[in-house]
Ligand binder design. Structure first.
Ligand SMILES: C[S@@+](CC[C@H](N)C(=O)[O-])C[C@H]1O[C@@H](n2cnc3c(N)ncnc32)[C@H](O)[C@@H]1O
Length: 352
């Protein structure tokens, strides 16, 4: 079956149900994930990038990069997939894209990465956890390069399977109103710990949670001191489920508080980059535009955790407030994590 996604044409299986058993994997739900990647790469100053797609699937992401990234951005692009490389080749041909700066590999992703000379942009987009591919990606990521990581195992990270989270991410999740933010912060810390082993500081520049997945883009800075500074932001988040009070702490115990972590307590976004992304974003792409606009508000507060207004009303015994009136109080923003959630710099009492 022939389909199109923005500039790209694609031959995919007729099978309706998306599963890892499909011979070639194309998931339309991930269009926003790809839209964000294109927009982000067009919003940074980097040019002549050597791009790696170790888990390329149908090739759709790379095809869109070749067609939609501004001229001069791509030096070369490598597609790798141990299952679908012939299909990727066909899809590139279908789009009139074959050239001596496009390379194809059909290896295990880790072998492909380790046997390469390195890349400026590596996109890890697996089924489930990115864990098996972190070390080889980070080893082969250039100084000042960008690592993009998707995780679809949100049930572990958001607290439905706390033991799985402990095993895979070495941190305790917390299933509450801001569980997806906690999950993304746990994922970030894990990626940073692997980076730390190789003296690479991986700084989140754009993060979001959507549907069944998390996505984080990291800028890599090399150096021991940079890594040491980053690790100081790995802390715990204490949470009192009765009063909804929460605080970042060096410790994981305080009377009446549950906790999540250790997790990343630094910024989730580079504000300047988000501003550029918003300026460059086509407002006809409604999903992308609304995500980037929301995050452009949210990154001004960028606090750890947020308040669910309905829950807050219950605890304080007051009627549900209108989010618009709450936003007028200043230093309060919406959050992309929850439609009726607000990020706030000051104490919750000020909201009502
Ligand atoms: C979620 S899909 C990738 C989707 C693609 N990045 C996109 O944007 O549409 C994951 C792909 O990784 C491939 N894959 C999984 N494990 C792999 C491994 N160890 N080495 C190479 N390819 C792998 C699968 O064949 C599958 O095509």
């Amino acid at each position: 079956m022939l389909i199109t996604e923005d500039s790209a044409k694609l031959e995919i299986s007729e099978e309706k149900k998306i599963s890892r058993k499909l011979p070639v994997f194309y998931n339309p739900v991930m269009k926003l994930n790809r839209d964000v990647s294109v927009l982000l790469l067009n919003s940074i100053a980097d040019i002549k990038m050597q791009i790696a797609l170790p888990l390329a699937g149908s090739g759709i992401r790379g095809i869109r990069f070749l067609k939609e990234l501004e001229p001069g951005k791509i030096e070369n692009i490598s597609f790798n997939d141990y299952k679908s490389i012939e299909n990727i080749r066909q899809n590139l041909r279908l789009n009139g894209l074959l050239g001596d700066n496009i390379f194809f590999f059909s290896r295990d992703a880790n072998l492909f990465l380790l046997e390469s000379k390195g890349f400026d942009y590596i996109d890890i987009d697996p089924f489930g956890t990115p864990n098996p591919f972190l070390e080889s990606s980070i080893v082969r990521l250039a100084r000042d390069g960008i690592l993009a990581v998707t995780a679809t195992d949100t049930s572990a990270l958001a607290g439905s399977s706390p033991t799985a989270c402990l095993r895979k991410y070495w941190a305790k999740p917390l299933k509450n109103e801001f569980m997806h933010e906690t999950g993304i912060r746990i994922l970030i810390r894990k990626v940073q710990l692997v980076g730390a082993e190789f003296e690479k500081a991986l700084i989140p520049i754009f993060s979001f949670s959507k549907d069944h997945y998390y996505r984080v883009f990291f800028r890599c800075e090399k150096g021991r001191q940079k890594v040491d500074k980053l690790l100081k932001y790995h802390k715990f988040l204490l949470y009192n489920p009765k009063t909804l009070d929460r605080k970042v702490s060096e410790h994981n115990f305080e009377k009446k508080y549950d906790y999540a972590g250790p997790l990343w307590t630094g910024n989730l976004w580079d504000k300047k980059l988000v501003g550029t992304m918003l300026k460059k974003c086509d407002d006809k792409n409604k999903k992308l535009y609304s995500l980037v606009s929301l995050i452009n508000e949210e990154c001004r507060v960028d606090s750890v955790g947020f308040y669910d207004l309905h829950q807050l009303a219950k605890v304080t015994g007051k009627p549900n407030p209108k989010i618009e009136s709450v936003l007028k109080k200043g230093k309060v923003t919406r959050t992309h994590f929850l439609g009726w959630g607000v990020k706030i710099k000051c104490q919750k009492k000020i909201i009502f």
